[in-house]
Design a protein around this ligand. Structure first.
Ligand code: SF4
Ligand code: MG
Length: 333
């Protein structure tokens, strides 16, 4: 299922340019029950747009979003209601994503009521109390206001609110990025525990590869609105098969001495997504670019030298003989 979201540009917003930003151009992936798929890349690469399209917060112009084999992108608002329940989001900023004029009880009760999940008011109260247990917050905290909590506690409330709808998939859009290091680890651990307990699928949108490595099963790497590599975590971190991924990984600090990758500094500005480079979108910054890269766009395909099947990348290097492919063998960690 290819997903495209074109943002019409309004005059003034981005100068006088007219046209479309191909924010998510032919993005396609699936997430299994109980699986975490991380979407990584620099800011502005289109990661959040993918998350929003999945939540169907806006209409997508072409392509499909499929849940359980059913398209959800072309459903009417009414038909979408049960789908909306099944896909929930945890946002980046725990300080602005909770309504400051609602007590925690009401924040959690709202989705339960909206989706008609409680039998009666007693059941509603019991569900709210259980959600507090689930995210490891004291039950009596339901009587407090959002401003009375720390950032980490607020993010627990945000997670509880997402869980209140009994979703199958939770989109975590930079959900731990704004938190302090120690709090970050706690929230990541909580998400992992909940995933195991509840069999949730997680789409973990993040620019922080150290955290991604800690918690994900698979990784999808985006560059200028395109997915350039998808792989099971171990295969990707041990032997990346796209030059952009290799560069991203080279910047991740490795705690073990002698295991640090050689840092690859990408030169050149990030091109505009309005007018992406022809051929491979990465060719203006790729250290290995050759003639073909400037004219022909590479397609995502299984990499013959990858450690496992299901490791796909969009790079012409993999059509070359191994001796002329710098990514044929694993280097570094
Ligand atoms: Fe680099 Fe060419 Fe591969 Fe693009 S296709 S990532 S420019 S080597
Ligand atoms: Mg974002």
């Amino acid at each position: 299922n290819e997903l495209k979201k074109h943002f019409p540009l309004k005059g003034g917003l981005l100068g006088s340019t007219t046209g479309y930003v191909y924010a998510v151009d032919g993005v396609s992936f699936s997430i299994a029950k109980g699986e975490t798929l991380s979407l990584v890349g620099e800011s502005g690469c289109g990661k959040s747009t993918v998350g929003k399209a999945i939540l169907r917060l806006f209409d997508i112009t072409s392509g499909q979003v499929v849940l359980d084999g059913k398209r959800i992108d072309d459903l009417s608002t009414t038909a979408l209601r049960p789908m909306r329940r099944r896909v929930q989001v945890v946002f980046q900023d725990p300080f602005s994503s909770l309504n400051p004029r609602m007590k925690v009880r009401d924040i959690l009760a709202e989705p339960i009521r909206n989706f008609g999940l409680a039998k009666d008011s007693k059941d509603l109260e019991a569900r709210v109390a259980k959600l507090m247990d689930t995210v490891r917050l004291p039950r009596d905290a339901v009587n407090r206001w959002p401003h009375e909590f720390s950032g980490g506690q607020r993010q627990r409330i945000g997670i509880a609110r997402a869980l209140a709808a009994e979703p199958d998939l939770i989109v975590c859009d930079e959900a731990v990025s704004a938190l302090d290091v120690s709090v970050k680890a706690q929230i990541v651990n909580l998400l992992q525990d909940l995933q195991q307990e509840l069999g949730l699928a997680l789409l973990f949108i993040s620019h922080d590869l150290a955290i991604v490595e800690h918690m994900t099963h698979r990784v999808a790497v985006m560059y200028l609105g395109k997915i350039v590599e998808v792989a099971p975590k171990r295969s990707l971190f041990a032997a990346p098969k796209h030059p952009y991924t290799e560069a991203l990984l080279s910047a991740v600090p490795v705690p073990m001495p002698g295991k640090q990758r050689e840092r690859i500094i990408l030169t050149g500005d990030v091109p505009s997504p309005i007018n992406p480079p022809k051929g491979c979108r990465f060719h203006t910054r790729c250290p290995y670019a050759f003639d073909r890269c400037r004219v022909e766009e590479p397609k995502l395909a299984q990499v013959p030298t990858a450690l496992v099947s299901g490791h796909v990348a969009a790079c012409h290097l993999h059509d070359r003989p191994e001796a002329e492919n710098p990514l044929a063998v694993a280097k570094g960690a």
